[in-house]
Design a protein around this ligand. Structure first.
Ligand code: ADP
Ligand code: MG
Length: 245
């Protein structure tokens, strides 16, 4: 079996001649939790936009299990097993936590999808399991609009998990969270990585240390370096352009 779930090859995207991502190559292994760091404007969010099909690159490939995602539409990429969480939570504020999970069950996919949203036992069990996993069991019948910022982030992670993706893309998931919420999120992401691959963009170095095995540093659309958290923290270029600031 191919060891990499995702291979980004020589990826470039220009916005009016400005290369937000510039000849970037990287690979993510199965069940890897990769953290991407780098200064503002480094191209981190743009990279996730390209992987999930929101932005089309000028050149290069994004191979996911042998399929080049750059020729696919966003909904096709979701169906292939890539789930994306944006920087700001996008949940349905007027619906309960339960209902938010319920509508995230992909139609026609697997046993749950074929039930057409009937609120029967299988759906309830699945939603309850996910709610437990993302610390929202006690809030199942609370409207999403009433959740704390951190709880909304967890809700959105749960809404990704219920789609049973193979690769999860998370853009600054702990921004605005309390220290306790960050700790719980670190536990959650490590647990998710036992059975899924994740790419997590994050600024908070304490949080990065608590989850990262391998860190990729981006700068000006390119790869500055990658390695263990210790290697990256010792790297002089990284200190110069990012950590030292
Ligand atoms: P990061 O997430 O690392 O902070 P981004 O990927 O958001 O960086 O942005 C990288 C660069 O690309 C920034 O200079 C940003 O202004 C620019 N950029 C991002 N998206 C667009 C767009 N749709 N049009 C023009 N410029 C963009
Ligand atoms: Mg960003």
């Amino acid at each position: 079996m191919e060891n990499n779930i995702l291979s980004v090859e020589n990826l470039t995207v220009s916005f009016d001649g400005f290369k937000a991502v510039n000849d970037l190559s990287l690979s993510i292994e199965h069940n890897e939790l990769r953290v991407i760091i780098g200064p503002n404007g480094a191209g981190k969010t743009t990279l996730l936009d390209i992987i999930c099909g929101k932005t089309k690159p000028s050149s290069g490939k994004v191979l996911f299990g042998g399929t080049d995602l750059t020729s696919k539409a966003e909904h096709q990429i979701v169906r292939l097993g890539v789930a994306r969480k944006f920087q700001t939570p996008s949940t349905y504020e007027d619906l309960s936590v339960f209902e938010n999970f319920e509508i995230s069950i992909p139609r026609g996919k697997g046993v749950l999808g074929s039930l057409f949203f009937r609120r029967d036992k299988a759906v309830t069990e699945r939603v309850t399991d996910i709610a437990n996993e993302v610390f929202l069991y006690d809030a199942l019948h609370t409207k999403a609009g009433r959740l704390s910022h951190g709880q909304k982030q967890w809700l959105e992670i749960g809404m990704m998990l219920i789609q049973e993706p193979e690769l999860l893309l998370l853009d600054e998931p702990v921004a605005g969270m309390s220290p306790r919420e960050r700790e719980k999120t670190a536990v959650l992401l490590r647990k998710i990585s036992l059975g899924n691959s994740l790419i997590v963009i994050e600024h908070d170095m304490e949080f990065v240390k608590s989850i990262a095995k391998k860190v990729t540093v981006m700068h000006q659309g390119s790869l500055l370096c990658d390695g263990s958290i210790d290697e990256v923290q010792r790297n002089e270029r990284v200190i110069e352009v990012y950590l030292g600031a």
